[in-house]
Design a protein around this ligand. Sequence first.
Ligand SMILES: C[C@H](O)[C@H](O)[C@H]1CNC2=NC(N)=NC(=O)C2=N1
Length: 169
Amino acid sequence: MMATTCGQPGRPPAVATRKLAFVTVPATAGTARRQRAPGPAENPSSSTAAAFPGQLCRVLDHRTASQYLQQLDGWQLQEDSLGRLHLQRTYCCRSLAKALALCDKIAAVADSEGHHPDLHLTRHNCVTVSVFTKARNGLTENDAILASKLERISKQDLLARPRPRCPAV
Ligand SMILES: C[C@H](O)[C@H](O)[C@H]1CNC2=NC(N)=NC(=O)C2=N1
């Protein structure tokens, strides 16, 4: 099911569910309930596939965003030059080819979700992933869900091996 994104004319909300597929909405997120867009065969694995009319695509403040961050190991909150919050994480890979293979895996998840990160190749083998909702010019629940799904990508064969620690002298 083609994902829809924030800011599009919302279709009439269907059944609301509280717990998002991959992240738990912090209690302080208010009473906003996630509405799932009706669809011929709702794709449960594409949890950002729901239309987010109105409040559900509300921009998260720093405090709420920080609560999502507690469930996203390795991710950070970054503010860009326009003051917009992004979820950001850098993966360093074994080679440029492996970094591009990781980008390919990320792209497949993003395309299936209809929600996309910015990807930056740095230091020849590192991929910095930056996620925010462009249609809302800020961070929304969709971004936390996408980050959570990117964490589930199998990538151990692509990531740089941890450097052996020098034995204590
Ligand atoms: C038409 C298309 O679904 C929209 O442009 C989607 C594409 N992917 C997206 N990705 C992100 N991060 N934010 C968006 O607002 C967004 N909109």
